[in-house]
Design a protein around this ligand. Sequence first.
Ligand code: PRP
Ligand code: ZN
Length: 305
Amino acid sequence: MSPIVTPPAKDRLRLAIQKSGRLSTDSLDLLNRCGIKVKAPKEKLLLHAENFPVDILFVRDDDIPQLVMDGVCDLGIVGENVLEETALERTSGGTHNPYVVDRRLDFGGCRLAVALPEERGYAGPADLAGLRIATSYPRLTKRWLQEKAIQAEVVLLTGSVEIAPRLGLADAICDLVATGSTLEANRLRAVETIFKSKATLIRCDRPLEAAKRHALDILLRRIDGVQLAAEAKYIMLHAPKSALAEIKKLLPGSENPTILPLAGDDSKVALHAVCQEAVFWETMESLKRAGASAILVLPIEKMMM
Ligand code: PRP
Ligand code: ZN
């Protein structure tokens, strides 16, 4: 067996992802679907992908923008919420924010919301005047309060923000809401959305070495392939020749379907098409009404255009 040659670190991309939290599983999943093999982190901080020139650094999500902007990592997968908060912090401290968003990813969707104890009435932002608002996102919160011209006190908490009202540390919170179950469990109610966020792939804004640039191009192409395929479906059906024009129009986001003869039936054809948008039951029902039969909708794993 020939020895496995590990390229030197300057030829390997270094990507920071969240060690544990909302984005960690999805980040690893994405790499996996891009064909990059990484074992789940145990106690390791840095893991080398076996079959792709990338090293993965597992860290707290709050540290990711900093690591990328300072050039410690070439890439990072992080929520726009953390990214924007860090950018505001660095700007106010006079530090430059050298990063580019290479891709907006299709996971990690959440919103930063102001929430109040359920029993507390709320008619509008003016009701927040004079309150103490606990948050891990002081800069985003203050920016929003300023835009609304509300005077309120912002209390910085780095974790377990949702219990602050119960402990008497604050009257309200401003925290991330994904499913809403954390708020519900703590008898809180979201009253204002101040920022909407998704996961993004960010990159340090300085020229990459040729080998890294090449690896990044491949990685981005694969991410696009995975994201394109996520919604896309392969649809197969039988259609009467007379209804073909109408049926083609009903297919969501598809160009040039393949039309094949159907053995033993001259009046019908088989149609195969890639639909770029989700195919709903309603679409299938419309196809059926238009004369289609034997309709199959299949998932697509990967795509390269
Ligand atoms: C956020 C937030 C809540 C939870 C909300 O934490 O602080 O705890 O997610 O999600 P839910 O609406 O689905 O209950 P996050 O995972 O970002 O961790 P972190 O704040 O420790 O970084
Ligand atoms: Zn965090």
